[in-house]
Each structure stands twice: as structure tokens, then as C-alpha cells.
Design a protein around this ligand. Structure first.
Ligand SMILES: Cc1ncc(C[n+]2csc(CCOP(=O)(O)OP(=O)(O)O)c2C)c(N)n1
Ligand code: SF4
Length: 284
């Protein structure tokens, strides 16, 4: 079991007061404690953004790399050692902007990775430019006359692309988010958890109050997560944003499907006879 003490770091969060990142941080830690896992069995890969700063506030095995690229790093870690539970914690700019191709590939491959996206509809760390989930007309310093494009709809995209676990949480509802994260990590395959999150400093439109007024829970309306058509119908309804599990099914994750020798994780390769002299000599 992972304890509160295992996860504690001496670093105090640097997020702005009132930021939704605090609620997601709480939920991530609580979920890790509820999972049947040892500390060394979990790796978290972080994106670059305010969201990714969480790497400083959660003690454990982790990697903070390049903006837009945490998903392929996580997939590589899982392929090298499939016994690990691999989680990505990142932002909407990171995932649905520069990282969008990796988002789609991760879903297509059904890599056994849990993706937690802080969806605050802005680029928080770089001071509030509109992100790909910003609504049409949204004014920011990068869109002074209003966002021209329609927003990316990550839930509808994930359902349409045959995602095997598609969910949405809300930073101000950590209890529901804990359940979603635990279910996502337990799910064998790529689990998408988009988390509605307020950016208290730069997004003055999508506030906690705004999200509360525009959301409802799927479980309150008897939604069946095995019903893909119902999941898609709810996903494209942008007037009422649903939270909970939209869709879940069982299919083999990527690491189970890799054929032959390539399917043996690196961690299980016998390296006792490996001779790298020739390779090393090339660099002499
Ligand atoms: C390759 C690369 N491109 C762009 C940047 C600049 N950059 C850093 S953070 C960021 C946006 C972060 O926004 P988001 O992913 O939504 O996270 P948030 O800060 O809102 O949590 C950008 C564009 C970078 N560091 N590296
Ligand atoms: S800029 Fe926004 S997302 Fe970043 S810490 Fe401040 S409130 Fe949170």
C-alpha cells in the first residue's frame, strides 16, 4: 500500500490560490493510496505546464520531459516493463495541441496507460493563451478578438476513435475524480480522463461556478457505459457537460498484442551475454 507519507515532498505547491490543480493533486494522491500497488510499481509521466509541476509535489518515480510528448514516453515505459502502472498527468494544451497525434495514437494502440488531462481551456504556464479546448469566441491575449476555431472535443474524439475507457472529471469534485482515476488505472488499456479545471488567474469565463452550472453526472441519469452510441450522443452535447465514465469496454492492451520476441519486455531480457564492445568501439 502507498501511504500519505510515501507521497509527501518538502516542496510546497506553487499554484495560484484557488487553482483547480489543487483538487486534481488531492485526487491523484488519494487514488494512488487506494490502488493495490507498491510505491515502486507506479510511474507518473508529467507534461510541461502548471499541471506538470505536480511532479514536484508528489514523491515517487516520475519523468517530466518535453511539452506535448508525455504519452509516448509513458508508452515506452510500459513496453519496457509491463508490470508497472503508468500514469500521465498533463494539460489540455500539451495533450490536445502539440500532443494531439499522440493522444489519437495512444487510443488506437490501446496502450495500458492512464491519461489525466487538466482541462482548463488555457495555456496556464505561458500566461493564459487560448488552448485547443477554448470555446469559439473566447478572448485571451493570443485571441484578442475571440477564438476563431471551434474547440476540440476530447471525449467525442476518444469515443469515435474506439477508446476503451473514456471519462470526464471535475477538479472541484475530488471524490468522483478519485473513483475515475482508480477505475482508469485498473482498466487494461488506454484510459482517458479529461478533468474540467478552473484556472483562477487567466480563465475568468470557465470558473468553478461556471463549471458547476454546466455539468451533470452520468450516473445520475442512468447512463450505461457499454452503450457507445449513448456515450457519443452525450459527448457531443456541449450545452450540458457530463462527468463520469462515458464508455468502457475490454480489449487487449498493446503490450499483450506485440508479437514474438518484440513482445518480451526489456526488463525481462537476459543481458548476461550481451556484448556492447563493437557498438562502443564505433564511438572511440
Ligand atoms: C516543445 C515546447 N513547445 C512549447 C512550449 C511552451 N509551453 C510551455 S507550457 C505550455 C502550455 C501549457 O499549457 P497546458 O498544457 O494547457 O498546461 P497548463 O499550464 O494550463 O497546466 C507551452 C505552450 C514548450 N515548453 N516546449
Ligand atoms: S496560472 Fe492558472 S493553471 Fe496555472 S497555477 Fe495559476 S491558476 Fe493554476
Amino acid at each position: 500500500m502507498i501511504t500519505k507519507e510515501d507521497l509527501a515532498t518538502p516542496v510546497k505547491p506553487t499554484w495560484c490560490p484557488g487553482c483547480g490543480d489543487f483538487g486534481i493533486w488531492l485526487a491523484v494522491k488519494q487514488a494512488l493510496m487506494q490502488l493495490d500497488a507498491k510505491h515502486e510499481d507506479v510511474v507518473i509521466v508529467y507534461g510541461i505546464g502548471c499541471s506538470g509541476h505536480m511532479c514536484n509535489f508528489v514523491r515517487g518515480y516520475g519523468f517530466e520531459g518535453l511539452h506535448g510528448r508525455p504519452i509516448p514516453v509513458a508508452e515506452g515505459i510500459k513496453l519496457a516493463n509491463k508490470k508497472l502502472k503508468v500514469i500521465v498527468v498533463t494539460g489540455d494544451g500539451d495533450t490536445y495541441g502539440e500532443g494531439m497525434n499522440h493522444f489519437i495514437s495512444g487510443i488506437r494502440g490501446n496502450h495500458d496507460v492512464t491519461l489525466i488531462v487538466h482541462d482548463n481551456r488555457v495555456y496556464g504556464l505561458t500566461t493564459g493563451q487560448a488552448s485547443p479546448t477554448a470555446e469559439k469566441g473566447y478572448k485571451s491575449k493570443s485571441t484578442p478578438t475571440g477564438q476563431i476555431e471551434v474547440p476540440v472535443n476530447p471525449i467525442a474524439l476518444a469515443v469515435a476513435q474506439d477508446g476503451s475507457f473514456v471519462a470526464r472529471g471535475f477538479s472541484a469534485d475530488p471524490q468522483q475524480l478519485i473513483k475515475l482515476i482508480v477505475a482508469g488505472v485498473q482498466h487494461k488499456g488506454f484510459s482517458v480522463i479529461d478533468v474540467l479545471q478552473n484556472c483562477a488567474t487567466f480563465n475568468k469565463v470557465n470558473t468553478v461556478t461556471w463549471f458547476k452550472e454546466h455539468t451533470y453526472k452520468l450516473e445520475d441519469e442512468g447512463h450505461d457505459p457499454r452503450d457507445k452510441v449513448a456515450a457519443f450522443t452525450r459527448a457531443i452535447d456541449e450545452t450540458r457537460l457530463a462527468t463520469g465514465i462515458f464508455y468502457q469496454d475490454e480489449r487487449e492492451p498493446y503490450d499483450q498484442d506485440v508479437p514474438g520476441e518484440r513482445g518480451v519486455p526489456l526488463v525481462d531480457h537476459d543481458l548476461s551475454e550481451a556484448d556492447i564492445t563493437r557498438t562502443m568501439n564505433e564511438f572511440l
